[in-house]
Design a protein around this ligand. Structure first.
Ligand code: PMP
Ligand code: GLN
Length: 404
C-alpha cells in the first residue's frame, strides 16, 4: 500500500500494509517458499467440500440472516457444548461473522466508545491494535516474556510467560475490554490454567469484558486439550468466545467465523456486524455447519498431522543449530536467527525471499516494544510436506556453512 499521497484517516496510517500481505507479496514476486502467512496448502475435508457444493447447487446462494444461518448457529452451539461443556442459545447468543476478524471488529466497535481502554497481550495479532484504533479506543499492551533461546541452538520447550502484575498495572476504571488469545499467534504458546485463572480474576475484579480469541482451539499438540477462559468460574457472563473455521478445517479463505457470548454481549456484536457486512458466504456457512458435526477423530487427525509437521521443522532447524520453539499448538514455531547472524528479524524477512527463496514473518510485527523479540522469526508449519521440505532445503543450503 502506498501511503505517500493517501487520504486514509491519519489514525490508521501507522498500520500500513499487513505483514502477511507484505511477506506473501515478496514470496510471490521471488517465487519463494511461503513459510510466512499462516494458511495451509491442504484443502478442507472432502465431505465439507461436498456440503458446500450441495448448498451451491440447491439454491443456497442468497444473503444469510445477519447473525448467520440457523443451521450454523445450532452447529456452533452443539460444538461448544461438545468440546467445552458450555451451553449457548443458538438464536440469542451466537453470531456468525466474516472470519474471526469480523467478530473481533464487531466486539471492539460494539463495546468500546472512543477513549475507552482495551488491554491486549503482546505479541498481539495485528488486527487487535488496528481495530482498537478504528474504534478510537486507547490501548495498553502488556508483553509476554519470551523463553531463553540458547545461542548455540537447540529446541526450546520453555513457555512464553505472562507477568500478571504488569497486566494488573495497566487495568484502569476505563478498561472495557481485555483481549486474550490462546493458543497464541505468533508464539504458538498455550496459556496454562494458572495464567488463565489470574487473568480471569483480574477481569472479574475490575469488571472487564474478555474477548477470547480461540481460532487455534483444535490445533493443540502432545496430548494437550484447549482450555478456554470461559470455563473458569464467573467468566461465562463476561466472555466473548471468538473462533473461526479457517484453521480447524483448512479453509482460511472462506472467512467463516463466530462469536459466542451472553445475550447482552452477543447483541453488541450483532448490532455492529449487521452493518459491517450483513450476512453472506451462505454456501460456506452450510459447509461449516456440516463440518462442525464431524466426529472427534477428524479434529484429532488434523492436529496430529500438524504436530508431525511441527516436529519435522523443529528437527531441521535444530540440526542447523538455530534455536527454535517446539510450540505446543497453532500453525507456528519461532526461531532465533541471531544464531546465524541476523540480529534483526525484519531485515532477515525482507532479505530472505529474494536471497534464499524463503518467506517468513518477524515476531516484531506483533509487538509495541520490538527489542525483546527483535531476532525472532515466525515460521508457518501448516504447509504441505513438499513445501516444508523445499523450505528446509533452502534454509539448510543458506545456513549450513554459517554453523560449521
Ligand atoms: N486471530 C488470530 C490469533 C489469528 O491468527 C487469525 C488469523 N489467522 C485471526 C484471528 C483471524 O481469523 P479469520 O481469518 O477467521 O478472520
Ligand atoms: N492469521 C494469519 C497469520 O497469522 C494471517 C491472516 C491474514 O493474512 N490476515 O499468518
Amino acid at each position: 500500500m502506498n501511503l505517500e499521497n493517501t487520504q486514509l484517516v491519519p489514525r490508521m496510517r501507522i498500520f500500513g500494509t499487513t505483514i502477511f500481505d507484505e511477506m506473501s507479496g515478496l514470496a510471490r514476486k521471488h517465487g519463494a517458499v511461503n513459510l510466512g502467512q499462516g494458511f495451509p496448502d491442504a484443502s478442507p475435508h472432502s465431505a465439507i467440500l461436498d456440503a458446500v457444493e450441495n448448498a451451491l447447487r440447491t439454491g443456497k446462494n442468497q444473503y444469510a440472516p445477519g447473525p448467520g444461518i440457523p443451521e450454523l448457529q445450532q452447529a456452533i452451539a452443539t460444538h461448544q457444548a461438545r468440546f467445552y461443556g458450555q451451553t449457548y442459545d443458538p438464536d440469542t447468543e451466537i453470531a456468525v461473522t466474516f472470519g474471526a476478524t469480523e467478530a473481533l471488529a464487531s466486539a471492539i466497535l460494539g463495546l468500546c466508545e472512543p477513549g475507552d481502554e482495551i488491554v491486549m497481550i503482546d505479541p498481539a495479532y495485528d488486527a487487535y491494535p488496528a481495530l482498537a484504533a478504528l474504534a478510537g479506543a486507547r490501548m495498553h499492551r502488556v508483553a509476554l516474556t519470551p523463553p531463553a533461546y540458547p545461542k548455540d541452538g537447540g529446541i526450546v520447550d520453555a513457555p512464553w510467560t505472562l507477568d500478571v502484575d504488569r497486566l494488573a498495572a495497566v487495568i484502569t476504571p476505563n478498561t472495557r475490554l481485555l483481549i486474550v488469545n490462546t493458543p497464541h499467534n505468533p508464539t504458538g504458546a498455550v496459556f496454562d490454567d494458572t495464567t488463565l485463572a489470574q487473568i480471569a480474576a483480574l477481569a472479574i475484579e475490575n469488571d472487564v469484558i474478555v474477548a477470547s480469541d480461540e481460532v487455534y482451539e483444535h490445533l493443540v499438540f502432545d496430548g494437550r486439550t484447549h482450555n478456554s477462559i470461559v470455563n473458569l468460574p464467573g467468566m461465562r457472563e463476561r466472555t466473548i468466545v471468538i473462533s473461526s473455521a479457517g484453521k480447524t478445517f483448512s479453509c482460511t479463505g472462506w472467512k467463516t467465523g463466530w462469536a459466542c457470548a451472553p445475550e447482552p454481549l452477543a447483541t453488541a456484536v450483532k448490532g455492529i456486524k449487521q452493518f459491517l457486512t450483513y450476512g453472506g458466504g451462505t454456501p460456506l456457512q452450510h459447509g461449516i455447519a456440516f463440518g462442525l458435526t464431524l466426529e472427534d477423530e477428524v479434529f484429532a487427525a488434523e492436529a496430529a498431522d500438524l504436530q508431525r509437521r511441527r516436529d519435522y521443522v523443529v528437527g531441521e532447524l535444530a540440526a542447523l543449530h538455530i534455536p527454535i520453539t517446539r510450540s505446543p499448538a497453532t500453525y507456528f514455531v519461532t526461531a532465533d536467527f541471531a544464531s546465524v547472524g541476523f540480529a534483526d528479524a525484519e531485515a532477515f524477512c525482507r532479505w530472505a525471499p529474494a536471497a534464499i527463496g524463503v518467506a517468513a514473518v518477524p515476531v516484531s510485527a506483533f509487538v509495541a516494544d520490538k527489542e525483546p523479540v527483535k531476532s525472532l522469526v515466525r515460521l508457518a508449519v501448516c504447509k504441505a510436506d513438499t513445501t516444508l521440505e523445499a523450505g528446509m532445503e533452502r534454509l539448510t543450503a543458506a545456513f549450513t556453512k554459517a554453523t560449521t
